[in-house]
Design a protein around this ligand. Structure first.
Ligand code: B12
Length: 383
């Protein structure tokens, strides 16, 4: 067996190539995570998610991916950026969570690949796993001493917080493993109380049925009870991280303020006016169920309905267009958006709509953002 490159060398390579932290875990069964996945699945807390839940025996056992795997070299990469404030909105915009504003997974993968290349050059097997269903990344990072589990389930790095993506190099090279980091949350429960949908029923447990980040990615109708709470989020949700005191690093903000500001929003009309090909080319890096752009449109219709701007002629035209679409899910969500915007007059034409789901949407009581009852806008009256 060849000699593995020293860990200090592996860490230095990772840090030089875009990683912010590198640690080592044993490539062994993650027993407690296997039990967590199984028990949460049996309680329905996974809300039908596949990912690591699809085959927990595999995602918690690195040896199912590499039979003679010995170590997981785990890397974390920061995706934090100061955020631009959208003070003067001139059109409805959808908010994108920080992690999805750029392809941070690609950069993380590139950093891990440089480690994998070094291991291969020394005669070892090395396989990079990033956001892959074959490995529960947070548990690998926890075991590698990278950080601790927050009550919001995110992994936090001491003195840096949780704005990190995580990945590993699985290798048959043997290394001394790191000690897990100790808890840094203490008695703080800000993430739990700040979740807009109460998706954290107890410390360290997420109920995906209520998590906006998952609801945006789930197939089918967007649950009616969470549509208003979605506000302007079009992809992901950062509330449980934004509320975390460990994530507030003014010092870092000052040090890094020379960076370009994060572009956190997408014009909603862009999603509702473009064709499938355009949407997949612009937003295809997001997780979209079955890669079907209708789900982007479904989400965009809710965000449009939640807009704080009074409906413009363009918005009214867009709502009308989706109220007459052949897709009953989109017609239904356009009904909801029309009601939110006080555009009930547009719904008369749908009274005899043959779709049960559209009829259900017509029967919902929806809290209005605007009152257009006395509005003489021809576009509304035109039906
Ligand atoms: C499925 C998934 C989701 C789901 C479910 C998230 C979840 N909490 O399970 C949804 C779509 C909701 C989601 C959302 C997000 N995700 Co996600 N997601 C994943 C994925 C694919 C699998 C996660 C998983 O296996 N969960 C299973 C359960 C069992 O794990 P867990 O909730 O972490 O449970 C642990 C804790 O409960 C802890 N624990 C147990 N008991 C107790 C008790 C206490 C008191 C405490 C504190 C902890 C604790 O042990 C459990 C593990 O054994 C991973 C990628 C991967 N391959 O791992 C990314 C991943 C977890 N997601 C990530 C990110 C960035 C996000 C978002 C921030 C994105 C966003 N802005 O919208 C949010 C965060 C929401 C949240 N609070 O988790 C990062 C997390 C990075 C980090 N620093 O933690 C990952 C690792 C992707 C990556 N490779 O970087 N995600």
């Amino acid at each position: 067996m060849p000699t593995p490159p020293p860990l200090s060398k592996i860490q230095a390579i990772g840090l030089r190539n875009g990683l912010d932290s590198v640690g080592v875990a044993r490539a062994e069964i993650f027993q407690s995570t296997l039990e967590d996945l199984q028990s949460r699945k049996s309680k329905g807390l996974h809300a039908g998610m596949a990912f690591t839940y699809k085959n927990p025996e595999r995602s918690t056992n690195p040896k199912k991916t590499m039979e003679d795997g010995e170590s997981l070299i785990v890397g974390a990469r920061s995706y934090w950026k100061p955020q631009k404030k959208n003070d003067s909105l001139t059109q409805p915009m959808g908010r994108v969570a920080l992690y999805a504003q750029q392809d941070h997974y690609m950069k993380l993968r590139e950093g891990l690949e440089t480690i994998a290349t070094e291991l291969s050059r020394s005669g070892f097997k090395a396989r990079v796993l990033v956001d892959d269903n074959a490995l529960v990344d947070r548990e690998a990072a926890y075991r590698a001493g990278i950080g601790w589990y927050g009550k919001n389930t995110n992994l936090l790095i001491p003195k840096r917080g949780s704005w990190f993506v995580l990945g590993s190099v699985l290798t048959n090279a043997q290394y001394q493993i790191n000690e897990p980091a100790s808890d840094g949350c203490g008695t703080c429960t800000k993430c739990i109380s700040s979740c807009p949908t109460n998706a954290i029923p107890s410390a360290g447990v997420l109920d995906a049925n209520r998590c906006l980040a998952w609801l945006l990615q789930q197939e089918g109708d967007f649950p009616i009870e969470f549509r208003t709470l979605l506000e302007d989020r079009i992809y992901g949700c950062d509330d449980c991280q934004e509320s975390c005191p460990a994530n507030k690093f003014e010092e870092r903000l000052q040090n890094e303020s020379k960076q370009s500001l994060g572009g956190a929003t997408v014009p909603i009309h862009e999603i509702l006016e473009n064709d499938d090909e355009y949407l997949l080319s612009e937003f295809g890096q997001w997780y979209i169920p079955k890669r079907d752009p209708r789900y982007l449109r479904r989400n965009a219709l809710i965000v449009l309905g939640n807009s704080q701007l009074p409906p413009s002629p363009k918005t009214i035209k867009t709502i009308k267009r989706w109220l007459s679409d052949s897709d009953e899910m989109l017609r239904g969500h356009a009904v909801w958006a029309a009601k939110r915007l006080g555009l009930e007059k547009l719904l008369r034409k749908l009274e005899n709509d043959p779709s049960l789901s559209v009829q259900r949407e017509l029967s919902y009581k929806v809290k209005r953002n605007f009152d257009q009852k006395n509005c003489k806008n021809e576009l509304i009256g035109g039906g």
